[in-house]
Design a protein around this ligand. Structure first.
Ligand SMILES: [Zn+2]
Length: 175
């Protein structure tokens, strides 16, 4: 990871994953290693309360799972028993929620494509593009080009298609 400036929130509590650990629009795929029940100190209420904590297989801070995210995970993996979630993967991202547009960590409500996805054209690893998730990106290139493509190849193909259109255009007359 490149050297980064320290976020103000990290001056207070850097024990858990927070929305400030994500770049704008960044989605990350994490694998659940363990789901624990833990007492966590809440600065706002100045007291301890029980929380669900997910630890990841990836080198990443553990995450305090709120009710919203908990329910999404339960639905995704069709189990209300967190032990069943171990080994499963999640798309995690930061979003704005509520009337105050507060940043919050959210799990997306679809199962991530976790195996390495290779471009059918150049065999490079396909990475998510702009606002699209990897799954969306692959779906789109399949629809448009009939195969899964990396961003570079998809761009190249779309340019070729455009220039083909131009060259097949035959001005009338002159013959
Ligand atoms: Zn490619």
């Amino acid at each position: 990871m490149p050297e980064k400036k320290m976020h103000m929130k990290d001056y207070y509590d850097c024990n858990y994953l927070g929305s400030h650990h994500f770049e704008k629009g960044q989605e990350q795929i994490f694998t659940i290693a363990e789901v624990k029940k833990m007492e966590v100190f809440n600065q706002k209420t100045n007291s301890n309360s029980n929380k669900m904590i997910i630890h990841w297989k990836e080198k990443q801070l553990p995450w305090i799972v709120n009710v919203t995210n908990r329910d999404v995970i339960a639905k995704l993996y069709n189990s209300e028993f967190p032990d069943d979630w171990v080994g499963k993967t999640l798309y995690v991202t930061a979003v704005k929620v509520g009337r105050e547009f507060k940043d919050a960590v959210r799990v997306k409500n679809f199962i991530p494509v976790t195996t390495l996805q290779k471009c059918d054209s150049c065999s490079a690893e396909i990475k998510p593009f702009k606002g699209f998730s990897l799954a969306d990106h692959i779906e789109k290139t399949k629809q448009t080009y009939g195969k899964q493509l990396c961003t570079e190849c998809a761009t190249k193909l779309s340019q070729e298609k455009q220039s083909e259109k131009k060259s097949s255009y035959k001005p009338q007359g002159d013959e």
